[in-house]
Design a protein around this ligand. Structure first.
Ligand code: 6R9
Length: 676
């Protein structure tokens, strides 16, 4: 999310070239079983009916007490949803399912080692373990409602147990992606004032058992230097009963969870009756200042929203086996591995390791063996799987009825491979556009009601009313063929409540640009600025071009980096493409292109030419790139997003900054040598 409130959109014409305008339709079989097929939803969820329509989402939950007011705007733009209502997220994700479904699998945990058995955890087991761990948090760690706790854990069944135990007590969890370094973890401990850090001794990733506790020992040291002492570190064991890390236990601070739990066998903890507007968790996300922002999500609004999105857009039914490949350390994992699916009593898959180890078939074996029928992943994973094994999916006996893509714009070329090879021509695809801050989806097709269009996310989901503004706050009407800043006209329950400890930054970053009266209590005066550039076509479908700062201005024409990347991906040898702007005396900016190849292909001057030709062919000379660099791999974040910022710094001979939190920091130097 950009903190910049000024965007250079002054150039009148915005070039929009994207060849794909084809529709794909859901099959009658899919429609027959879909959760949402009633077209009247769009009338019911019209702006005129705002905000009352959101009670339909809240009704999916079990409340101790109903709300006094659907939307309280008194502290605009910090909206309070379902004010006065009382509920508990852990109760909604577990207890309420027990009467009918206690023996149903809640979580399938798939370890990396294929000879280690898959753990099928029932709702009853989840209930017992969450209660016992909640007792430990309360008694051993002294935690109570409103306290913050940092959780730095790998993908494991114990991670949702930990989150749900916090939620049961009203303790605000802040999960830090397991692959993040000690210093990234320490920053988050300090910002959230966590005096308790929960970790796991070790975990497998791509064939190695990583010593995770050692990372958190260092995090504690760093946090203390920065003024936040961690006085309890709770350490789960990857293999209960034995330590898999040689990091010594610190006397008085460290508690081995699996030993300590013996004190709490059989314990039951009453869920706290939380006010709807009380925070459920913090999720840190990066801003442009380098200091991570803690997006604070509330209890009632967030849970109602993700449950509804899981039901109507993910189309999850209780009998489905649902696998979202994200890491729980990101918002996708919070909303669409843990809270949404469990609130719907689905079976959710959690896997350890990476999709391509020990071989390119791993994901498809998991899908086959567990009978996964709803699959959720990101373009980066789709590109990676296509790169290492384009024909692998056909070798396995799995059948998805529904698939999701999230996190980045997906190139039509890649979408079509996903549809044909992974979906085997039978699955619907939803391209869900949203953010850490938004809690759940903003734009997507409703799978049983609207056709798909490769490369476009879709219109606003029911209840979300997107609008595209130019820099002066004038609406760019749909079908105008111009890009602008995509905003949401109305508040919605999944939206974060504030930035932890920094209300002003929240107001300035997300509302500063188009708010005309800072004292207004009327929600109409506070459109939410996503920070993305987008185009809305005639049919209302939104195509996200990338972050506002991902738009390149060449001789007064604005080009979305994605358009050029998409053109490069039409070359069959190309696996991934990333465009960055480089400074140019005359043109202002010029695009420079990085591509990586599928296995079995070699870089050559002919191939460079072929890629350059494809761009001229697909878009025109205006998009001609200064250079096409064929690189061995792209620098990527741990969540798989290509770090265009790093490539941009390389191209402009600037400072690449701290790259140690990347998944593959070593690639940076390699590319620098190549570019010179
Ligand atoms: C959920 C998540 C948010 C940014 C967002 C946008 C990009 C997400 C997208 C997409 C095009 C999609 N983004 N989904 N762009 N199509 N379907 O990814 O959250 O990590 O906070 O990233 O990701 O640029 O603003 P987060």
């Amino acid at each position: 999310m950009s903190d910049k409130n000024t965007v250079e959109t002054s150039e009148a014409e915005i070039a929009v070239h994207w060849k794909e305008e084809e529709y794909y339709y859901p099959s009658p079989g899919f429609i027959a079983q879909a959760n949402l097929t009633d077209e009247s939803v769009f009338d019911r969820f019209s702006l005129e009916n705002f905000p009352d329509y959101y009670t339909e989402f809240a009704e999916l939950l079990t409340w101790y007490k109903y709300w006094d007011e659907v939307l309280d705007t008194s502290d605009a733009p910090c909206w309070k949803w379902f004010r006065g209502g009382q509920l508990n997220a852990s109760y909604n994700c577990i207890d309420r399912h027990l009467a009918k479904n206690r023996n149903k699998t809640a979580i399938h945990f798939v370890p990396e080692l294929e000879d280690e058995p898959v753990h099928h955890m029932t709702y009853q087991e989840l209930y017992v373990r969450v209660n016992e761990f909640a007792a430990l948090l309360k008694e051993t760690a002294g935690l109570k409602r409103g306290d913050r706790v940092t959780i730095h854990m790998p993908m494991s069944a114990e991670l949702p147990i930990t989150m749900l135990a916090c939620a049961r007590l009203g303790v605000i969890h802040s999960v830090v992606f397991g692959g993040f370094s000690s210093s990234a973890c320490a920053d988050r401990v300090v910002d959230s004032n966590s005096r308790v850090l929960i970790t796991m001794d070790a975990y497998y990733r791509a064939g190695k058992l990583l010593n995770h506790k050692a990372v958190d020992d260092e995090a504690c040291e760093l946090a203390e230097k920065d003024g936040q002492k961690v006085d309890k570190m709770l350490v789960w064991q990857r293999y209960p009963g034995k330590m898999s890390s040689d990091a010594p236990l610190v006397e008085g601070r460290d508690v081995v969870v699996n030993d300590e739990l013996k004190k709490y066998y059989g314990a039951r903890v009453e869920p706290e009756k939380m006010l709807s507007e009380e925070p459920l968790f913090l999720m840190y996300t990066s801003g442009t200042t380098g200091k991570p922002k803690g997006a604070q999500h509330g209890t009632g609004g967030y849970l109602a929203y993700v449950t509804a999105m899981s039901k109507y857009i993910q189309d999850i039914h209780p009998e489905d086996v649902y696998w979202c490949m994200a890491d729980i350390g990101w918002i996708t994992g919070h909303s669409f591995i843990v809270y949404g699916p469990l609130a719907l009593c689905a079976s959710t898959v959690i896997y350890e390791g990476v999709p391509t180890y020990p071989d390119a078939g791993r994901s498809w074996r998991i899908a086959q063996d567990l009978g996964v029928n709803i699959f959720h992943t990101a373009p980066t994973a789709i590109r990676a799987l296509r790169k290492v094994g384009p024909d692998e999916p056909a070798k396995y006996d799995f059948h998805f009825k529904h698939m999701t893509t999230v996190g980045e714009p997906i190139e039509p070329e890649v979408w079509k491979w996903y549809e044909k090879e992974v979906g085997k021509g039978k699955a619907v695809i939803v391209d869900t556009y949203w953010q850490t801050e938004t809690g759940g989806f903003l734009c997507s097709t409703v799978p049983g009601l609207q056709p798909m269009k490769p490369g476009s996310a879709g219109p606003g989901v029911p209840g979300i009313h997107p609008i595209i503004f130019d820099e002066d706050g004038n609406e760019i009407i749909k079908g105008a063929g111009k890009a602008g800043n995509i905003c949401i006209q109305n508040p919605w329950p999944g939206c974060f409540q504030t930035i932890w400890g920094n209300r002003q930054r929240f107001v300035d970053t997300y509302f500063g640009m188009y708010n005309k009266d800072p004292n207004s209590k009327d929600w109409r005066d506070w459109p939410y600025l996503t920070g993305d550039a987008a185009v809305m076509s005639e049919d209302g479908y939104v195509r996200v071009l990338g972050r506002i700062d991902d738009v390149i201005n060449v001789s007064g024409h604005r080009l979305g980096t994605k358009e050029i990347e998409s053109a490069a991906l039409t070359v069959p040898e190309v696996a991934e493409a990333a465009v960055v702007p480089v400074n140019h005396e005359v043109k202002g900016k010029e695009p420079e292109l990085y591509v990586s190849l599928k296995p079995g292909y070699e870089a050559s001057p002919e191939l460079v030419q072929k890629v350059a030709d494809a761009i001229t062919f697909e878009i025109g000379k205006i998009a001609k790139c200064r250079n096409v660099w064929i690189v061995p791999d792209m620098p990527k974040t741990r969540s798989g997003k290509i770090m265009r910022r790093v490539l941009g710094a390389i191209s402009n001979k600037g400072d690449v900054g701290n790259v140690m939190t990347l998944a593959n920091p070593e690639i940076v130097e390699e590319i620098q040598k190549m570019v010179g």
